[in-house]
Design a protein. Structure first.
Lengths: 247, 247
């Protein structure tokens, strides 16, 4: 059974400040919860699950410390869920731990300049994960990685893709021996570019694109050729197309 | 000034049934509103705009019938807006009119099987529009084209991409002389496939994929090769990558 202080605590985690103080984030639904419970670099702090979910995951349930599991009914789940349609199980997890710092040499990374839509950020992480990219650098203006919407749309990739929030100009200055690919509307044709093994791919804000100082640091300016009439592509779709072609 | 009956009417348009009875939809924000006002196949019924927007669009304002324009302040805009952050202007438009019926021969179309997330549907339309695809076929289970979220995420492409809701098995049966490309997790490598000039590209539901009866009708089964660990790609990102490669 759920007690009032638990409801209050979970609701408080909608605030970035409290998530940071606690070092935790919330995830929901069987698919993501199962992935996160299986991840070696993320620890579970509290699990709130329906009888139905627990019945369907008996081995998993048995492997968990009983003190961190609370059985909830669907009404109780509604009270703590951040989803429009609550989905069987909610977990509070410690933020993922990664062994080595983010680097730029000898790998491909994605640098996001002010991606503000949380759904886009999560989808970009999932997409990076699909193409084997293990690092994403976010400008400080990007949406918070551990907000409910980012976690949900990343579909578990949050445990595999390391994200560094930093000042992007300084990051590029420090890594000025690595090629920098800027995704723009007026660059050269993406499809004329060969595959790469090393480089930082910059993707810009949903409406303003990449800030001028970062465009200036691009060693290659790439464009996805337009054949129709839309003014632009969604940032996550554009990232997917670029990664699909360059990796 | 806004009157109570207007607020009630606009709010009622959050319901699909009422939008259908009226033959209208709501769009918001300067970018989309400007695109829709410029579209030759969509008529404006009512416009609710702040002084600021009207001042910045004097020629456009002068071209509109004064009877359909209501000046609102930011508090009033909040009362009628479907957005978390209301954005200067809201319009009620007649649904777009298209000259010719949807066809499958001699063109590329996208068939969506049960795309339920409205953000995904809108993003797919925008993406189709970018790649010059002018037709999208939706199974009846897809999200409603004229819901606020689909309209907003399509970013104006709703005026250029013709959408037909129909029973997809029957549609494919009727058009059985056209190649059918099914996007699957276990097909052949997308990158080994040449560009196409004609065909129906099927994209499936966010969690269940394409229904078996439609997979059976696929003449080509295509997969975006996975290099990392994500279980799947977002449906809109996958559509973007496939269109980018095949068109």
């Amino acid at each position: 059974m759920l007690v009032k202080s638990q409801v209050k605590y979970i609701q408080s985690l909608s605030q970035k400040k409290l998530r940071e103080e606690e070092g935790v984030f919330v995830a929901e639904g069987p698919k993501i919860i199962n992935e996160l419970l299986a991840a070696s670099n993320i620890d579970i702090r509290q699990l709130y699950a329906t009888e139905y979910w627990l019945g369907a995951h008996q081995a998993l349930h048995a492997s968990l410390d009983p003190a961190i599991v609370t059985i909830v009914d669907s009404k109780e789940l509604e009270r703590i869920s951040f989803l429009t349609t609550p989905n069987e199980v909610l977990g509070i997890f410690n933020k993922p731990a990664f062994n080595s710092p983010v680097k730029a040499k000898d790998c491909i990374s994605v640098l996001l300049d002010t991606i503000q839509d949380p759904g886009n950020l999560g989808t970009i992480l999932r997409c990076a994960d699909w193409f084997g990219i293990t690092q994403v650098i976010c400008s400080e203006e990007c949406s918070d990685l551990f907000s409910a919407k980012v976690v949900q749309s990343s579909m578990g990739s949050i445990s595999r893709v390391q994200v560094l929030y930093t000042e992007p100009d300084a990051f590029l200055k420090k890594n000025n021996d690595v090629p920098v690919y800027a995704a723009l509307l007026d660059g050269t044709n993406l499809y004329d570019h060969p595959k790469i093994k090393e480089g930082i791919i910059i993707v810009g804000n949903e409406s303003k694109g990449i800030r001028p100082s970062l465009i200036g640091k691009g060693t290659h300016k790439l464009t996805i050729p337009r054949k129709g009439n839309a003014e632009s592509l969604n940032a996550a779709v554009a990232t997917g197309i670029i990664l699909s072609h360059l990796t």
